[in-house]
Design a protein around this ligand. Structure first.
Ligand SMILES: Cc1ncc(COP(=O)(O)O)c(C=O)c1O
Length: 375
């Protein structure tokens, strides 16, 4: 099937308009301040090996779906860690230990956050304990071990691994560096989000005189999405339409937006997009997302391997892109939305739109990436 006829059949699953949408820059920057954002950029941009990741034009895809431009932030090139998560955990480790290398760092992870925390711990000569669920692949565990971390596998899902991490850390007085916030635990997740916001600083410079009309943000617990919203408040002079995309099996932000308050959902089947398979939006991101998001959309896992292959073959852009599973939902949802005339109209998506997408990760899980390519 040609790309043309194939993508014109893609569909999103659910779509929701946020009735409480009211983007107030000053409110957003009260939660993640300009000072915190700037400090993160000033620190991270001085790290060894730092350079902005590419902003790639998906010029072949925008022609197919009749959108003016599609910008794809390619986080497969983020340091040597292959995802934007490199910016968050490692930065939080550095900030929270404040030069004290006696501390033992701990975290629970679906993979990429743990890799960043392990890297940050290694850079700062710290011991590191990482808790993973039975759904995290051995190839991801191996990478974390290669950064010197002690990886502990826990029976059950991500939440079980987090509970075990908290219990053991309290018992042993380890410093938890988690990307999820809860009551009395907000500083570290805030630092993590500040680290992620470096992406928006880079984009604001890479975009030059173009104006972004729509941004589609992947959400797991919402940290990345909220950090990008704060980055928009900090770096852009205008506000694009903000769209959250989630796996249809883990639409915790959509459900919370629908209710106007945090809603925990139970995940019946884990999505292949493991980093986004989360049942509850984190407290701090929620404070930012609840009023800033315009729309929420969900996608099924059906388009993951197709999108991975199209990116790899250079079907969407002049260059070939290595995009892992969590890099796909922005593209799949954009195509799905643009195939629905009614919704397209509602969200003002048309031939003059410039859409920003996030290629959150490369082949961070190499075994899964190869499997998706060969499917
Ligand atoms: C690899 C990966 N992990 C996790 C997430 C989710 O981030 P967060 O949990 O901060 O919403 C994403 C993207 O949304 C991702 O690409």
């Amino acid at each position: 099937m040609s790309l043309n006829s194939e993508v014109l059949n893609w569909k999103y699953k659910n779509f929701l308009e946020n009735k409480n949408n009211k983007f107030i820059k000053s409110e957003i920057l009260k939660i993640l301040s300009s000072e915190t954002i700037d400090k993160a950029y000033n620190t991270i941009s001085k790290w060894d090996g730092y350079s902005p990741t590419p902003l790639i034009s998906l010029n072949k895809l925008n022609e197919k779906i009749k959108i003016n431009k599609i910008f794809y932030k390619d986080e497969s090139k983020r340091f040597h860690l292959k995802s934007f998560k490199a910016l968050g955990g490692a930065y939080a480790v550095e900030k929270i230990i404040k030069g004290n290398n006696k501390k033992i760092i701990s975290t629970a992870t679906a993979g990429n956050h743990g890799r960043s925390v392990a890297w940050g711990s290694q850079k700062n000569s710290l011991e590191c304990k990482i808790f993973i669920s039975e759904f995290v692949s051995e190839s991801r565990a191996e990478v974390m071990r290669s950064f010197g971390a002690d990886v502990i596998r826990v029976k059950g899902n991500y939440e079980d691994s987090l509970n075990e991490c908290i219990e053991q850390s309290n018992k042993n007085k380890w410093q938890i560096v988690q990307d999820v916030a809860w009551e009395d635990y907000k500083l570290v997740p805030k630092l993590t989000m500040a680290g992620y916001s470096v992406m928006m600083k880079e984009i604001s410079e890479q975009i030059k005189n173009e104006k972004i009309s729509h941004v589609i943000l992947q959400a797991g617990v919402g940290g990345m999405a909220a950090a990008m919203v704060a980055g928009i408040a900090r770096y852009l002079e205008y506000v694009p339409k903000i769209i959250i995309v989630e796996p249809d099996s883990a639409a915790c932000v959509l459900e919370s937006v629908k209710e106007g308050k945090i809603k925990k959902i139970s995940i019946e089947k884990e999505s292949i997009m493991g980093g986004m398979s989360c049942g509850e939006v984190s407290l701090l991101p929620w404070e930012i997302l609840r009023n800033s998001v315009n729309f929420c959309v969900t996608v099924s896992d059906d388009y993951i391997s197709k999108t991975v292959k199209h990116l790899a073959n250079g079907d969407f852009s002049d260059e070939k892109i290595i995009g892992g599973e969590c890099s796909t939902p922005g593209i799949a949802s954009l195509v799905g939305l643009s195939n629905d005339d009614e919704v397209k109209n509602k969200i003002n998506l048309n031939e003059s739109s410039n859409v920003l997408l996030f290629g959150c990760e490369g082949d961070a899980d190499e075994a899964l990436y190869q499997k998706l390519l060969s499917e």
